[in-house]
Write a protein of this length. Structure first.
Length: 415
């Protein structure tokens, strides 16, 4: 049986013999929104726990509007959501010079020129002001601290706007439970100090697909509410990027409606764990660097037995991820060494990624099909580097009873 594994913008074919028990783990098919712009207009005319967007604009008469959008590490359909939103604003008398599009990069690097075009299209890039959460050069407004002591410092491009709109996707997140809504503000347009403090909570545990009793989510929501948003557009997507639904309205309330509807649709139940897991995050943009592709690992590692084998398709054309993540992988060879370091040092961005990465590779026999350097994969990451895929697959399937295939791991969770 042949399987096409997403790898960057391409696919790599693997063949498994019929004698091996193979199951592909996929999400159940869901009806998709066929006319996205029509659905969008319906939701902004009849939003959740909010006046309509038109009424809000009429009553506020804003002179400046900031629209926060997802960055290049997400696969958001801006052509189907942002473009009609900008048209709507134009039709309501809002001049494009009054609008700033702010990319919620958090601590991610800025998009390249090509990625700007890929995200928004040339027409939007040429006609609108586009900024990003530039940690080196941005100024931040201080709102104090959350109940957990997290400093809330938000990009002044956002805080100084007369009217603030969030446009984002509600998808699985391995420690925040779900993306969307509050994450556009926090960490999306927050300072590095704020993000570090919030993400330090990850060392207490990870919560894929869970927002109840999730301290990371609670902290994010509290911080986002301190900064506020005037209108939110939450878009639920399937593994292929199709729109499942749109929930627009008030911060928090529209998000909770979206999560309630989406939560059980992104879980794949299993009765037993496999001896071998063959995994892809879903290709571009989910495997651009290793740090981002960790989300698929954290959400799907429950599919394989402790001590089981994992063949991971990770292109990694952009390297490891943020410098601090690479620094911790270079410096600490085990999860225990990272824990010991954390006990005597302040948390730094990238620690949690490095810690959970080390735990994953310590608990499984891992093989990477990747463009990351072979020497780095073997010596620093401490996993097997695949040079000959056919031979590796032949080796891995020996003495295994069950094999799971996951081709879109960034968009699902295995329980």
């Amino acid at each position: 049986m042949k399987y096409q594994m997403p790898y960057g913008t391409a696919k790599i074919s693997i063949t498994l013999p019929d004698v091996v028990k193979v199951r592909e783990l996929v999400l159940s098919e869901q009806p998709i929104v066929k006319y996205a712009s029509k659905r969008l207009l319906t939701t902004i005319e009849k939003p959740i726990q909010s006046k309509s967007l038109e009424n809000l604009l009429q009553s506020r008469n804003p002179q400046s509007i900031t629209i926060v959008v997802d960055d290049h590490t997400r696969k958001f359909p801006h052509d189907k959501i942002l473009r009609p939103l900008l048209t709507f604003l134009k039709d309501k008398g809002i001049h494009k010079k009054s609008i700033t599009i702010l990319i919620a990069t958090g601590v991610h690097r800025q998009p390249t020129s090509n990625q700007f075009i890929e995200l928004f299209g040339k027409n939007i890039v040429d006609n609108y002001t586009i900024k990003w959460n530039d940690q080196a050069n941005s100024t931040y407004k201080d709102y104090g601290t959350t109940l957990r002591g997290t400093p809330v410092q938000i990009n002044s491009i956002y805080t100084e706007a007369d009217f603030k709109i969030l446009v984002t996707d509600v998808t699985l997140h391995y420690f925040a439970g779900f993306g969307g809504d509050r994450k556009s503000i926090f960490p999306g347009v927050a300072s590095a100090a704020s993000i570090n403090s919030n993400h330090s909570l990850v060392m207490q545990g990870i919560y894929p697909g869970q927002i109840e009793h999730n301290p990371i989510h609670d902290d994010m929501m509290e911080a986002a509410q301190m900064a506020g948003a005037d209108f939110v557009i939450n878009v639920s997507l399937d593994a292929k990027g199709n729109i499942l639904d749109i929930h627009s309205g008030a911060l928090k309330f529209a998000f909770l409606k979206a999560v309630k509807k989406y939560q059980n649709k992104c879980i794949v139940p299993i009765q037993e764990k496999a001896d071998l897991l063959i995994l892809s995050a879903g290709g571009h943009p989910f495997d651009g660097n290793y740090q981002q592709s960790m989300k698929a690992v954290m959400q799907c590692q429950n599919a394989v037995k402790f001590g089981g084998k994992v063949l991971y398709f990770l292109k990694g054309e952009n390297g490891i991820g943020i410098p601090s993540f690479k620094e911790y992988l270079d410096k600490f060879p085990s999860s225990q060494s990272i824990l010991e370091h954390i006990q005597t040092h302040d948390y730094q961005q990238g620690m949690h990624n490095a810690y959970y990465y080390r735990k994953f590779t310590e608990e499984h026999d891992v093989y990477y099909k990747t463009e990351l350097p072979e020497n780095y994969v073997k010596n620093t990451l401490g996993v097997n580097y695949v040079t000959n895929l056919e031979l590796t697959v032949s080796k891995l399937i020996q003495n295994v009873k069950t094999v799971y295939i996951i081709r879109h791991g960034a968009k699902m969770m295995v329980r």
